[in-house]
Design a protein around this ligand. Structure first.
Ligand code: ZN
Length: 279
């Protein structure tokens, strides 16, 4: 398969996710030396949000690409256009580095089911422990990684926002190095099948009449990302110490359990279906 030699590695799409930022600022020379056959470019996507150590300044940059062409006076709208121009300069693979406060391990998110993306993810999910793939087709191209047909979002956790933690930092670096090794080898055999998780349903926190949380994630559910649920389960406990049960009609798999960034929307976790793609 014809693979682009140009790889754009992006950190700090969310300004309070320090892992990707530190990889861009502290490891780019090392990666360039290690992979001389590739044309590596590095971007800090949202430097203004990083200065204030927030996810974003005016709006979420990783959703802002859908609003390009609309006259929105936000910092992220202008920045999205600049980043899109960089990505579109020449064919490239985009690696967008994120972290999550949820125990997601080494998760890869695919906004585009191009066979090259599928093949890369298939290889990584065999190589790495706790490496799973979420399929999130993005026809509206709202994500940064969707601005090229070759794009993968790395989503490693758990790690608190504004924190550098050894395990997610080193895991993200290892994932990047494996991808770059693969991209450096034009004769690497393809793998024609990939198991992935596709989002089907968002589950909100129970709330009271003021919209405040009336429950929290159950201790036994906290670490259950990607574990199957079939039928009754207890994802929440109320602040009055009662278990709150729910039910699925088929085997489903929770992801992003207790992600800090989703509290404003009161989103507690998302349920996925598992699927195997042949390509
Ligand atoms: Zn992020």
């Amino acid at each position: 398969m014809n693979r682009p030699k140009r790889i754009v590695i992006v950190g700090g799409t969310h300004g309070n996710e320090w892992t990707g930022i530190k990889i861009v600022t502290h490891y780019q020379n090392q990666l360039k030396e290690k992979f001389p056959k590739l044309n590596l470019e590095f971007i800090i996507a949202n430097p203004v949000a990083h200065e204030i150590n927030k996810r974003f300044k005016d709006e979420d940059l990783n959703r802002a690409f859908q609003f390009l062409g609309e006259s929105r006076a936000t910092y992220e709208n202008g920045r999205a256009q600049e980043i899109k121009d960089i990505i579109e300069r020449e064919a490239c693979l985009v690696l967008d580095l994120h972290t999550t406060t949820s125990s997601m391990g080494n998760t890869l998110i695919l906004p585009n089911y191009h066979p090259m993306n599928l093949s890369l993810c298939a290889k990584l999910s065999k190589q790495f422990k706790d490496c799973r793939v979420i399929g999130a087709p993005d026809p509206g191209k709202k994500y940064l990684a969707s601005q090229s047909e070759f794009g993968i979002i790395l989503e490693v956790g758990p790690v608190a926002n504004g924190v550098v933690d050894a395990i997610p930092l080193e895991s993200t670096l290892s994932l990047i190095e494996s991808i770059l090794e693969e991209m450096s080898d034009p004769n690497s055999p393809e793998i024609g099948s990939l198991e992935l998780y596709e989002e089907t349903q968002d589950i909100a926190y129970p709330t009271n009449e003021n919209g405040d949380l009336s429950a929290y994630i159950h201790a036994e559910f906290q670490e259950k990302n990607f574990e199957p649920i079939n039928g009754h389960y207890s994802p929440f406990k109320s602040f009055q110490n009662e278990e709150i049960g729910m039910k699925t009609e088929e085997p489903l798999y929770p992801i992003f359990i207790n992600e800090a960034a989703y509290y404003p929307q009161r989103l507690a976790f998302t349920l996925c279906r598992k699927r195997t793609l042949k390509f």
